[in-house]
Design a protein around this ligand. Structure first.
Ligand code: ADP
Ligand code: MG
Length: 745
């Protein structure tokens, strides 16, 4: 009897099972049945050969056009070459010493050819592919292998070298023929309520559909399983967090918080006040807050976070603030100290009695300063400790860590958040406030950040200047680029400052180097030369504009009268800090930089930004970048310089960025452009392998429904004791994640 956990070697034999194991990591029947077809080919359909990509492992449905053979010159033997066609374009398949294949590769026959796509002398080819010819209409073929092609829809599986799609199909058939089925983890009542198939039915239909309606119904059920598994585990995580003890930090009428509010030079926006209330309540509870605040760049998140930190300090606790880079950590420490004024000068003779201190703790501090900062954290003298993520990995000890604020995080996944929550010791758990300036589409918020409760700051503080954005097409209108530098000069003459952003650092020796500061993680999001926008297929794009080269060129030419500085991830953190400080102090007119400046940097006098090779950045990232200007009273100007051609996807993205300042809308468009893996990869969620079928782009409704169901079930039965099937779904998900984790390690 074949069940879910039956080992594949018992059903398929040792050799086949081994191949599946080494190519796909499968060991059980369940693993195989969870390997879904990537798509389905209609009988008679041919694969568009023009759409194949070099290097991909492809399954091509094609017709044999002609076959020829010749003797090899260098060695003894023959080469058989078959040309296969989709009707419009053709490619060649090459076989060495297999002349006998000539007898079956007859012109006009159709079949599937699988192998790695290569280019040879400007032509696409498959080198010794595996193939399977179809039985033609009316032809009776006793050949058993042709059986799987009898159906109207042919499943096309993600395949591997040596395990073509049709081998997988044959294995699945063999399994399904003797399969007794599994018990459905979803209770019947739930299935009926949300309208999904029974699991066994869904598995049969996904692998051996008789029509596209069966495929659709099966997909819906399998997506539901994934959505529900994820949402159940998140609902459990939320409910467990709610059950953990945390230091209760009620708001005090007197103290730092009240003093700070009284000194604020502006009125809070209504969004700031509202979220502030929420947070104040969260913090006074005896269970940890887990909140995500998203708000456009400049919406005033820092004030919100600072007020939360002060509330915790007033209750005798400490707050840690984490930034993604040392530059940002240093800047946060500086601006927190500035905002607090004398409230941050504890220990100085004229400071108010309940004043505190802000300590900066980064890896590159001089030993003496580091020692002092460590002491201040351990003694509690520093109410606020600012650092990078390393802060929590180091053996830094706190007198009483009550709140962790994670600012501007893109790369801080569920696992890191869990690690962080576990950090404060056994008996209590710090409150957690995550802040992000990247608007998060709803599906991503529900999945990747589903362990957090979210709130959004949608309005900008009054007095914020509008940013206007223009695309500068430097290929069609080269003169415009000269005008750009002229415009930079004018902006500086008016007393303002300018950022120039490049995708790449470049190299002092002028040699090309493409690593860039991946180590720092700040040149992500580069759609790269193989991006979907690379229309025309010119793979030999020039290298992107580089900071060092451009700065040199500008200093010697168009901006020779201005003070031009550089900032990039390859500088030491002292150098970065000093460049940033000089720019902030107005000692530099122009800062040529990589995306290090992307997040959190605040220089109100900077009113203009020029982004070189703007098509190399994602839409959300461009939006984020331009938020650096227009923070003061002068209107902001952002110029997107690009060589991309009109009517390409790349150009359309830039036009979209120029046409709206709505970050949520851009994030949505951005999501539509991305591939699923990128969405999850960016958020480092680790849920990638668990989501085989579910799409964060297309399945918002399923995700939202599953979230409601999960919340209801877990609300009644947190440990799912009366729902063993659902508990097992979570286990499967967790096992997947573990596998994913092991793969990464
Ligand atoms: P974010 O971190 O969301 O990008 P910040 O907190 O750095 O934004 O705020 C940007 C600027 O706006 C800062 O100079 C801050 O002092 C100022 N600001 C914040 N809240 C207000 C407000 N309610 N009214 C006026 N200015 C504000
Ligand atoms: Mg900020």
């Amino acid at each position: 009897m074949i069940g879910w956990d039956t080992n594949l070697d018992r059903v398929l034999g040792g050799k086949t099972a081994k191949a599946l194991g080494s190519s796909f990591g499968m060991s059980t029947v369940g693993d195989l049945l969870r390997h879904y077809p990537r798509r389905y080919a209609e009988r008679g359909e041919l694969t568009a050969i023009g759409g194949l990509e070099i290097g991909e492992h492809a399954t091509v449905l094609a017709r044999v056009e002609r076959v020829g053979k010749r003797k090899m010159r260098s060695r003894r033997g023959t080469i058989l070459q078959a040309r296969i066609t989709d009707g419009a374009r053709s490619m060649s398949c090459t076989f060495f010493n297999q002349a006998w294949r000539e007898r079956e590769l007859l012109p006009g026959r159709r079949g599937m050819f699988a192998g790695k796509v290569t280019a040879y002398r400007g032509e696409l080819q498959l080198a010794h592919p595996e193939y399977q010819l179809f039985t033609e209409e009316g032809e009776t073929d006793a050949h058993d292998a042709a059986r799987e092609f009898a159906a109207a829809l042919i499943p096309v599986y993600p395949a591997a070298q040596g395990v073509p799609s049709w081998s997988l199909a044959r294995c699945v058939t063999q399994v399904l023929d003797g399969w007794q089925g599994v018990e459905d983890p979803l209770p019947e009542s739930l299935r009926e309520r949300v309208g999904v198939l029974e699991l066994n039915q869904a598995l049969r239909w996904i692998h051996r559909p008789e029509g596209t309606d069966q495929v659709e119904a099966a997909r819906r059920r399998l997506k539901w399983d994934e959505a529900l598994g994820v949402q159940l585990s998140l609902a459990q995580s939320r409910s467990r967090q709610d059950a953990r003890p945390a230091p209760s930090c009620p708001r005090h009428d007197r103290g730092l918080g009240a003093d700070f509010d009284a000194r604020l030079p502006f009125a809070l926006t209504s969004g700031q006040a509202e979220i502030g209330e929420r947070i104040a309540e969260d913090l006074s509870a005896r269970h940890p807050m887990n909140r995500l605040v998203q708000g456009e760049v400049g919406s005033g998140k820092t004030v919100v976070a600072l007020r939360a930190m002060l509330q915790v300090i007033d209750s005798g606790g400490q707050a840690a603030m984490l930034a993604p880079t040392e530059v940002l950590a240093a800047q946060h420490a500086r601006s927190l100290r500035e905002m607090l004024g004398e409230l941050a000068r504890a220990g100085e003779f004229d400071s108010p009695e309940h004043a505190t201190r802000v300590a900066l703790l980064t890896g590159s501090l001089p030993a003496a300063q580091r020692k002092q900062a460590l002491l201040d954290a351990a003694s509690g003298a520093a109410g606020i400790v600012v650092g990078t993520h390393a802060l929590l990995q180091d053996q830094v000890s706190f007198a009483g860590l009550g709140l962790v604020v994670v600012d501007e995080q893109h790369r801080f996944g569920v696992e890191q958040r869990d690690a962080l929550r576990g950090r404060a010791g056994e008996d209590t758990c710090p409150h957690l406030l995550v802040m992000t300036a990247t608007p998060i589409p709803r599906t991503v918020a529900m999945t990747v950040f589903g362990d957090l409760r979210t709130s959004a700051l949608r309005e900008l503080p009054r007095g914020r200047s509008p940013i206007s954005t223009t695309v500068v097409p430097s290929a069609e209108k080269p003169a415009w680029l000269d005008r750009v530098w002229q415009r930079v000069g004018e902006e500086v003459a008016r007393g303002h400052q300018v950022y120039v952003v490049c995708p790449r650092v470049g190299d002092e020796n002028g040699s090309r180097c493409h690593e860039d500061e991946l180590a720092e993680g700040d040149s992500e999001d580069d759609p790269g030369p193989a991006g979907p926008d690379d229309e025309g297929g010119n793979n030999a794009r020039r290298a992107p504009v580089a900071v060092l080269e451009l700065a040199e060129r500008l200093r010697g030419g168009p901006l020779r009268d201005l003070r031009v500085g550089v900032l990039h991830g390859r500088l030491s953190s002292d150098e970065k800090d000093s460049a940033m400080r000089r720019f902030a102090a107005g000692e530099l007119d122009v800062l040529v930089a990589t995306t290090v400046i992307e997040v959190g940097v605040d220089v109100p006098n900077a009113s203009m930004m020029v982004i070189m090779d703007a098509d190399r950045f994602g839409m959300s990232q461009l939006h984020q970048l331009r938020g650096r200007v227009g923070r003061g009273s002068a209107p902001g100007l952002c110029l997107l310089v690009t060589e991309s051609v009109p009517q390409t996807a790349a150009r359309a993205r830039l036009d979209a960025v120029a046409s709206t300042t709505d970050g949520f809308e851009l994030a949505r468009l951005d999501l539509l452009q991305r591939r699923e893996g990128d969405v999850l990869g960016e958020a480092q969620s680790g849920r990638r392998s668990a989501l085989r079928m579910l799409s964060l782009v297309h399945d918002e409704r399923i995700i939202a429904e599953a979230r409601n169901e999960a919340e209801a079930v877990v609300g009644q039965d947190p440990e799912l004791r009366s729902h063993p099937g659902l508990a097992a779904m979570i286990d499967e998900l967790v096992a997947d994640q573990r596998a994913d984790f092991l793969e990464k390690a």
